[in-house]
Design a binder for this molecule. Structure first.
Ligand code: DMJ
Length: 450
């Protein structure tokens, strides 16, 4: 009798435990499928109203190109998300289009930084998914066209480069624009066996690092001809962000110990001078690169990539505290403003352009801590995107997070990053995916070497 009772109790326990688990898993699957379906709908809108152009204007139902001619940035940026989501038909169509119809022999000046992360990064990811040599040839052709930008006296690339002639323009760059090439160029060198790409990228990052102050900090803007700092504010945010991101991520993927040392020294200086606990919230301030004194308490929503980077590099406590601050800011209006002064509690840039960073960090933190609250954050952010940004054909940016006035713009990183990180938060494969891959700053995933 006793035995029967305990068997019954164990069975009841199993049933009730699985009963608790089932609805959450079902709910996550429903969310993953909903995000995938919304990707498909927005992609369809791009095809209907903007096909062959760089981007979709979702309010006017028209298209936009970044330069005089289209570089097909949306499909190139969207491809890796299609593969992650299993949208094979859409991915196949993009692959055929890029291989058959796109060539980069264009007499136009392009922004070196942006095309590196979106076009070169997108093509390299496309190659890793397909192993199609035609795609690698396109990526290498594109990478080669960027190389003239690096022929500056300091080795830091010019702001823009002409894809056909190799002419260059723009001596004033910020550190993100000047020093975010290790990852894509490193992968291109690895895939082609030609070290020239990584060598150029490393020279640029080192040129920035070598101009650090006596206390180990770098500024925000630099003249790439003279090497003179033009803006001496030091911070982790917009306009420096991916320089730091690529020190750690390129080391993780490519294993160059010299780059790891630069990261170790950089994060030590950041921890020493930038952390600013203010009104019970945890922030990273802007400080003078020479003295370490706080110059202002302005943050941009791009800075919200930093919890993800902290988590990836093993500093979970700071990652959690910083994410808490971003989540607090999101909750104030239901979306994040692009610029916020936490010293004055004032929004100084009211727009939100469907940016991914806070979502990316919640995904990483869910992955590394297993704490359900981070998945719930992404569920909330997703529901706010549906509520405030979705229109009848796709999603639009927002002019003002308080009034929720619409902006006629859907950035290509909405396909590449925002929807990918949301999907992976809820999809069953999201966990192993982050174990096995390193994401570029544009969320293009690359498999770690075993
Ligand atoms: C993306 O294009 C990249 O992540 C870049 O490094 C900065 N942020 C935008 C999206 O907000």
């Amino acid at each position: 009798m006793k035995k029967v009772t305990s068997i019954l109790m164990i069975s009841l326990l199993i049933i009730s435990l699985s009963g608790c688990k089932q609805p959450t898993e079902d709910k996550n699957l429903v969310l993953a499928n909903q995000i995938k379906e919304e990707f498909r709908i927005s992609w369809q809108a791009y095809k209907t109203y903007a096909w062959k152009h760089d981007g979709l204007n979702p309010v006017s139902k028209s298209w936009t190109d970044w330069y005089e001619e289209s570089l097909h940035i949306s499909p190139i940026d969207a491809y890796s998300t299609m593969r992650v989501m299993g949208l094979e038909q859409e991915a196949g169509e993009v692959l055929r289009y890029i291989v058959d119809s796109v060539n980069f022999d264009r007499d136009i000046f392009v922004k070196t930084f942006e095309v590196n992360i979106r076009i070169l990064g997108g093509l390299l990811a496309m190659y890793q998914f397909t192993m199609d040599e035609n795609v690698l040839a396109k990526a290498e052709d594109f990478g080669r066209r960027l190389l003239p930008a690096f022929e500056s006296p300091t080795g830091i690339p010019y702001y823009s480069v002409n894809l056909k002639t190799g002419a260059v323009k723009g001596e004033h760059v910020n550190v993100a624009e000047g020093g975010s090439y290790l990852f894509e160029m490193g992968i291109l060198s690895q895939f082609t066996g030609n070290p020239v790409y990584y060598e150029n990228a490393k020279r640029a990052s080192k040129a920035i690092y070598d101009r650090r102050s006596n206390i180990g900090l770098i500024g925000q803007d630099i003249n790439i001809v003279t090497g003179e700092w033009l803006d001496k504010n030091s911070h982790i945010g917009c306009c420096i962000d991916s320089y730091y991101e690529y020190l750690y991520k390129s080391w993780l993927l490519l294993g160059d110990p010299e780059v790891k040392k630069i990261w170790d020294n950089s994060i030590a200086a950041i921890n020493k001078y930038l952390i600013d606990e203010h009104d019970s919230l945890f922030w990273y301030a802007q400080v003078d690169m020479n003295t370490g004194e706080i110059t202002n308490r302005i943050v941009t929503l791009y800075d919200a990539y930093f919890p993800a980077l902290l988590a990836l590099s093993g500093d979970i406590p700071k990652a959690e505290k910083f994410q808490h601050s971003w989540n607090w800011l999101w909750d104030k209006n239901g979306l994040e403003p692009s610029v916020y002064d936490y010293g004055r509690d004032s929004i100084t840039g009211p727009n939100y352009d469907l940016n991914p960073e806070i979502i990316e960090s919640a995904y990483y933190l869910f992955h590394f801590t297993g704490d359900e609250k981070y998945r719930q954050m992404n569920e909330k952010y997703w529901n706010d995107l549906l509520k405030y940004c979705k229109n009848d054909i796709a999603f639009s940016s927002i002019e003002n997070v308080i009034t929720k006035e619409r902006k006629d713009y859907m950035p290509t990183f909405f396909f590449a990053e925002t929807l990918k990180y949301l999907y992976l938060t809820f999809a069953p494969e999201g966990k192993t995916f982050l174990d096995d891959n390193v994401f570029s700053t544009e969320a293009h995933p690359f498999r770690k070497l075993k």
